[in-house]
Design a protein around this ligand. Sequence first.
Ligand SMILES: *Cc1c(COP(=O)(O)O)cnc(C)c1O
Length: 485
Amino acid sequence: MKESLGTTGLILNEPLLWEKGKKGRCGFSIPRRDVESCPLDEDLTCEGPDFPDLSEVDVVRHYTRLSQWNFGVDSGMYPLGSCTMKYSPKTNEKQAGLSGFSGAHPLLPANLSQGALKIMFEFEQYLAEITGMDATTLQPAAGAHGELTGMLLIYAFHKSKGVRRSKIIIPDTAHGTNPASVTLCGYRPVSVRSNEQGILSAEAIADVMDDDTAGIMVTNPNTLGLFEENIQKIAEIVHSKDGLVYCDGANMNAVMGIVQMGKIGVDIIHLNLHKTFSTPHGGGGPGSGPVCVKRHLESFLPVPRVIQENGRFILAENYPESIDKVSAFHGNFGVMIKAYSYIRSMGPKNLKKASQLAVLNANYIKERLKRTLHLAFDRPCMHECVFSDKYQVAHKVMTLDMAKRLMDYGFHPPTIYFPLVVNGAIMIEPTETESKEDLDQYIEAFKAIVNEARENPDLLHEAPKSCKVKRLDEAAAARKPCLAG
Ligand SMILES: *Cc1c(COP(=O)(O)O)cnc(C)c1O
C-alpha cells in the first residue's frame, strides 16, 4: 500500500459544551429595549434547564469540530455488511430539495398535488416491476416498519378466510428485526436452521410447516450474503398449507433486474429505499420501507391508496378490508423522491448493472481474502461475504481487534459479530460504487493486519492507536452513558 489513508493531523479536541461555557456569555444580541422593563409572571420564572452560556463562535466551532470527527460514505468506503452503505448521487438530493416537493403539505387536497401523486403512483409501479409484484404501499417508514406492515397483511389475509394462525417460520440467518416484527404482531417465531451450505433446505421447511403456521419470513439474499436457492420449492410447501411467503428484501441491491421475487413464489416483500435505492442513511435519518404484494393481497394494503381515475390522481380510502393507516400521512415523501430520481436516472439496464457490480465486488473481496481470513461458506456470494476470526484465534486475536485496527489504517470496519450463525463474523459489503483500487487497498490493509496478528498481537489488542477515541469500554459506554457534563 502506498500511503496510509489514516492520519492524526489537525483534528482538534473538543470539550463538552458544559465545560466550555462561561457564565454571562451570550450567543446573540438583540436591540436595546425601548419600553420599561416589567417582571415576568410568577409561574413563568420557574427554574429552567442548566444550559451552558456560550457565544456564537463557541457553538459554531463545537459542532463543526464534531462534524469533522464524523465518517460517512462521502468521506470513504463504508463496507458495513447488511447495511448497503452505497454512495448516493447528489442529484437525487437536489430533486428532493425542489421547493414543489419539499414544501408540499401532506394535507393538500388531491387537486392541488397532482404532480406529487403522479410520482407516487408511478413509483409504486416501478417498485412492483422491480420485485415482480402487483401493488405497492409507500407508507412504511423503515425496513422493520415494512415487516410489521407485512405481518399485519398476513394476519388480515387469514382473518378474511375466517382462520387464525399463531406461528411464522423464520430461518436462523434472519435479520434481528424479523422475529421482533413477528412477535410485535402477536405471532410466534419458529426458528429453522440453515443447512451446511448456509441456506434453507425445502425439507427443513416441510418439517415445520403446518396448519397453524401463517407463513414464512425469509431474507433473500440471506444475511450470509447467499441466495436462498430453494425458495421456489419452499414457497410451494408453504402455499400447499395455505401459508404466505414474506420476503425481507433489504438485500435487493444484489438482485435488481436479475430476480423478480414475485415470480418465484413470494407473496409480500419489503424494500429498503435507504439501502438499495440510494438514499443516505444512518444517524437516524428518515428511511422508507415500501411493501409490494401480489394481487390477492392488494385489498388489504394500507389506505389511502393513490389511484388514477379519469386521468386524475386521487387518494382513495374505500377499501373495507384494508389494515388501515400505518403512517400518519403518506410515508417519507422526500425519500420517495430520492429513490424515484435514482431509478429514473439509472434506468433498468443500469439498475441491473449496479447489482452485478455489487456482486462482483463482493466476490472479488471474498476470493482475495479467503486465504487470509477464514471464509464461512466457500461458495459464490451475492453482495456481501462473511469471514470469521477462526485463523487468528490461535494468536488470541479476535474479530473486534482486527476491526479496531482497520481504523488505524484509515478504513471503516465492516459489520462484526453478525450474522449470529457465524462465530466471530466479519461481514463485508463493498457495494457497487467502490473502485478496484479502493477494494485493493482495503484487502491489503486486512492482509497487513493479519500479519500483525501473527507477529505482534499486542498491537491489535491496543488498537486503535491513531484515532481520536481509543479503545472504548463498550459495556460501560452503553450502560452508563455520559450525556451531559
Ligand atoms: C437493514 C435491514 C432490515 C431493517 O431495516 P431498517 O430500515 O433498519 O428497519 C431488515 N432486514 C434486513 C435484512 C436488513 O438488512
